[in-house]
Design a protein around this ligand. Structure first.
Ligand code: GLY
Length: 244
């Protein structure tokens, strides 16, 4: 006998917009719990706001916070968060929300791919780098003493919300690294987008919301096309690692 097993294909929606936190709360479900994993920089700016909106809708949720920075991206910090999920009795019906930049996304995704052998997670990226690159494509990882991103898995989020208003708060360094990532995407894949960047750089540097929306959409279009062709980085996907 020959048996063929074909797991369902994964696809997920990326929602682009402004002031999306109310929509996130509206689309959350009463029969699930939501763990908002975030860092100490984002907690007071966005996590408490999202928590308030979920509370108002009667949706059970918890903020699980760690100290901001790459130094936290390790197994000890993740195990502490996993212990909190266990104490709060999160099960496979529940959902993790990764609210923050690339470090938060990588760690929350890593936890989502390991806790109970995997639970759903949503990406809510709050930096340009995370909105352009790391929240798309399901790479999750943590560091070990031997190097960066040495333990991880490919696990796609169930949804991504890109709220360009979260970019208002980022500093110059974050803005520059986000734009570097964006220019790289344009250079490797899209001449028209490169010209758009050239002609609109002043507006982008002033964080004009319409330009940031265009930036996010084009970045995700480019990254999405590459991830679709090569989800597990066997060949073409390595081009988006250029410069990392
Ligand atoms: N950050 C590179 C990738 O997702 O492949």
């Amino acid at each position: 006998m020959k048996l063929s097993i074909k797991p369902k294909k994964q696809s997920y929606e990326i929602v682009f917009g402004r002031y999306l936190f109310q929509r996130i709360a509206d689309e959350s479900k009463k029969d699930k719990k939501y763990a908002i994993i975030t860092d100490s920089n984002i907690k007071d700016i966005y996590a408490t706001k999202l928590k308030g909106l979920l509370d108002k809708k009667g949706i059970k949720n918890h903020i699980l916070v760690f100290k901001a920075g790459e130094k936290s991206k390790n197994i000890e910090t993740c195990l502490k968060i996993i212990d909190s999920l266990s104490k709060l009795r999160y099960n496979r019906n529940d959902v993790i929300m990764a609210l923050g930049g690339g470090v938060v996304g990588d760690m929350a995704g890593w936890i989502a791919s390991n806790y109970l052998r995997g639970i759903d997670y949503i990406q809510i990226p709050t930096t340009i780098v995370a909105q352009a690159d790391s929240s798309i494509g399901g790479k999750t990882a943590i560091n070990t003493k031997f190097g960066k991103n040495l333990i991880g898995a490919f696990k796609q989020p169930i949804k991504v919300y890109i709220d360009v208003d979260t970019i208002k708060g980022i500093d110059e360094t974050n803005l520059s690294s986000g734009l570097a990532e964006t220019i790289k995407h344009a250079v490797i894949q899209d001449k028209k987008f490169f010209n758009y960047l050239n002609n609109n750089m002043d507006k982008i540097l002033n964080k004009d919301p319409e330009s940031l929306l265009e930036l996010a959409k084009q970045n995700c279009k480019i990254k999405g096309k590459i991830v679709k062709k090569d989800p597990y980085e066997k060949n073409i996907r390595v081009i988006v690692n250029y410069g990392h």
